[in-house]
Every structure is written in structure tokens, then in C-alpha cells.
Design a protein around this ligand. Sequence first.
Ligand code: ADP
Ligand code: MG
Length: 367
Amino acid sequence: MPRSASFIESSSALSAIAAENRSSPAPAPVSNMGAGPGAAIDPAQAAVSIRGLNKIYRRKKGGDKQALFDVDLAIGRGELFGLLGPNGAGKSTLINIMAQLVNKTSGTVSVWGHDLDREPRQVAAAIGVVPQELNIDPFFTPRELLDLQAGLYGVPRAERRTVDLLAAMRLTEQSDSYARSLSGGMRRRLMVAKAMVHTPPVLVLDEPTAGVDVDLRQQLWAYVRELNRAGTTVLLTTHYLEEAEELCGRIAIINHGKLIACDTTDALLARLDSKEIVFIVGGDLTEPPAALARWDATLLGPRRLRLRYRPSATRVGEILAALQAARVEVIDISTLETDLEDIFLQLTRRDDSDGAAKPAIQRGRVS
Ligand code: ADP
Ligand code: MG
């Protein structure tokens, strides 16, 4: 993948910037794994700490819409963290509250130890947000846009890193072209550069690769990893399971405004891609048929056979065929649908509505 390789090389300037922006050098150990989404990270030490966050959009027509329900979330300093959920789950609402583009209804949010209500300016200084929509003024050049943004954040001229940021994002050649002449990929990179002008310790990316082609996606991933390695805490939202899996050390899953899981990527994938099925069989069994061993067959009773399988690897039809081959008569079948199974299906279903190239879920490493 020569393109991403050269991209990493050229982003060394950005690494230097990122390395400097850590106001607290030692990332807090991530100690809340498995202990619930918001547990155990001291808000003063966390990169992001969210407690009991609710958002109700008041609408004139159609009634109010509650987009977030009692969300608790803690992200440690130095993490590359994914907020995963299908469209409409509430991801942008959560990001936009952190970015102070949307007012929360209740709950507390703190970023890098600063409370959103008490220290909104410090919160703004601590995060850079790349929004879902690419809202770039077409009549400015990348250099002008970055200078303008630095001005907005009160970065003194002497401390501006416009040239370095442009180089890091491989936009040096385009520095003085109108933004309207940039390709989609260049615009995305410009948005990231814009979010980094004030060298925030936390970078938030809202669906960075939605609708983006495969090549560019690889480049963005390489870049996000590089930034994170250099010390920037990264929070990204995505509705691609594959993206969260590929990039993030920990993942929280949000569905219908509720956080339904938060765990290390490995633990979460194991939970997501696992299903139990119980067969009531026609005759008494003394042991599970050997042919079903690969599905962890267990007898719950003489006529109750439980199997576990990974929906990504096995179809129920295969199991039924194996039962038939083993001459086991099936009388009834029951499965337990959990929220996680439901969301797994939503996240892995191919959705062609926006016409973008979307790989089906991939289990292997991509790069
Ligand atoms: P996601 O980013 O996960 O796709 P959003 O946070 O954009 O989800 O939306 C969550 C829910 O809130 C959706 O049902 C959406 O329709 C609703 N919503 C988002 N923005 C507004 C708004 N400004 N007014 C009313 N409802 C909204
Ligand atoms: Mg969104």
C-alpha cells in the first residue's frame, strides 16, 4: 500500500505537533474495561468523562425526540476510542454536545478535566472536532482557512503551524488553491488540519470515512493511527463495524440513544458475533452428536441441545444440515435475540442507500 506508507512518512511533522500538545504526559491507564462504560476513570484524569447525559430535541411538529438516554462514558488519555452505532443512534448528537454545537438537556461532560458548564472555553480548547459534513468555504485557500481558524482560537501568529499542518496533511501543493478545487479526499484532510490548528489533546472525528472510497479510507486510518501514536487521544464515530474493529482499542456501542456496550475491541467482537440456539429434538440423547462439536454443542436435557455459533461464519442452514446428517430430528428451535445481535445485524448489513463502496464485514486485518 504505497499510498498510505508515504502518507505516514509525510505526517511526521504532524506527529511532532501532536507530541507537543500533551499537557499531561502520562496517559492514565485504562482501568474501566469490563466494569461498565463510565466506571473507574477519574474525571480529572480522563480525556473525556460523560455522566448521565440526556438530550431531548424539542420539536414544534411531531413531538419531542429524545436522542440520548443517561449516557455514561469515560475515555482515557491516549486512547483511540470508537463510538459505533447505526444511523440515527445518537452519535453526532453526543459529538455535537462536546463540540458545543448542541445544548445538552441534562448530565455532565468534561474534557481533559474541564467541565463543559463551568469551563466551556477550556473544553473548546481541549478538543478539535471534524464534523460529519464537509463545510469548507470554497473561496478560501487551505492556507487562509487554517490561518482564519487559528485566529478564531486565538493562536498567536508566531505559534501557528499552518505550513507544518499543510505538509502533514499532504496539502503543501494545494496551499494556495481555492478549496473548491480540492478533491474530496483533500477536503477531508483539510478538515482534519483545521481541527488541529490549536493542537488540542483530543481529536474527535464524526464518521470520518462515511461515503469515502476505499483508498482514502486507508489513508485516513493510517493518519488517525499516526496521530494517536504520537499522543493525541482520538474519539471517532462510525457505523462501520469494520472501521471500529480496525482502528479502535475500545469501542462503545450506541443504539437508539442508549449505550449498550463498552469494551475492548476483542471482547466486544466476541460478544457481538456469537449466537446461541436451542433445539428441542425428537428422541432422547445421551451426549451431543460429535458432528456438532464445532458449535460447542451441549445437552441441557435429554431432548434439549444448545449450540453456539458465529453468525459471520455459520448459517443456520448449515447447522440444520449437520443435524439431519447426524439423524437428529428437530421438533423446535429457539434463539435469544439480544440488543447486541440486533445491532450486529444492522451494522453488518450492506446498505447501498448512499451508493458508496462499502466492503462487507471483514474479519481479517485489512492493512
Ligand atoms: P447518528 O449521528 O448516530 O446518525 P444523530 O445524533 O444525528 O444520530 O441523531 C439521533 C436522533 O436524533 C435521530 O433520530 C435524529 O433524527 C434526531 N435528531 C438529530 N438532530 C436533530 C434535531 N436537530 N432536531 C430533532 N431531532 C434530531
Ligand atoms: Mg451522525
